[in-house]
Design a protein around this ligand. Sequence first.
Ligand code: PMV
Length: 331
Amino acid sequence: MSKATFDAPANIAFIKYWGARDLEHALPLNPSISMTLENCSSRCTAELLSDGADDEVWLSEPDGGFRRPPQEFEERVRAHLDRLRRWAGKKEKFRIATRNSFPSAAGLASSASGFAALTLATAAALGKEASPAELSRLARESGSGSASRSILGGFVEWRSEGEDSHAVEIADADYWDLRDVIAVVEIGPKAVSSLEGHRRAHTSPYLKTRLELLPERTERVRRGITERDWSLLGPALEEEAVDLHLIAMSSRPPIFYWSPGTVGVLRAVRELRQEGLNAYATMDAGANVHVICDAEAEDHVASRLESLSVVGFVIRDGVGSGPEESPQDLF
Ligand code: PMV
């Protein structure tokens, strides 16, 4: 095959990747656990070019047009193409186009889905078959470590040990019908990249405590999922979200991802729980709040969040079954 297109989903971490033992290879300090999303995804088309050409990287627009990506993103894509060529033992250059299904203005992490889709489309265009474990490892090496989790569907654990650290599925997408109602309180790119956040995590005096607490919290999340037990999953999920931000805020120099809207949504989520709903909040390296809830609670959660003046708009998502090859090439 010389041209291939893949859709890869975004994921929301219940236990976060924050801090690396080897940042260049995205080898994490701790295992992380996520839910693969269904609607928020990236599509990538990779085509092999004939001899003498150079790699081309394009962002595909909803109107069918193309534009050049920001320089930093383009450099990361080119470096990943070099890595994939080395892995495949090939020299061919590529034309790459990529597009997100979700509004890029929402400030949601698109690097996990983007680099997962790039890995899958490029490997397929090169005609290379590989196991999910190997593809997950390759996606991790893109430098966006969380991309390793976007290779799999359902509920996913990215194991931290070893040089071949990769993600595995711990329960499939049908196992538990959870929903992710995303309250968008801030648009635009985040001020400090997660890459810089990983780097600064080591300067927080609380990182040591975080690493001591994590094994027990991670086990609660694991069991919460496998036993479908909100009393285990819910509190651990919120503790973990606050912990990531505690490390960010106590890094040197500090990183404040929260906005007043974040705090407003966190308060509304507490009220929803007082009304008897299973709804718990988590945030990645940004101000927007992912509210994880039961399918029956989704409408109620979404309308409450929409009614808050601090919320711009709400995106609804659920558990997805992982990446898929697409018959619709971007070019
Ligand atoms: O994969 P990266 O380097 O973009 O880091 C992801 C960081 C978080 O989204 C905050 C946490 C996570 O595990 O997804």
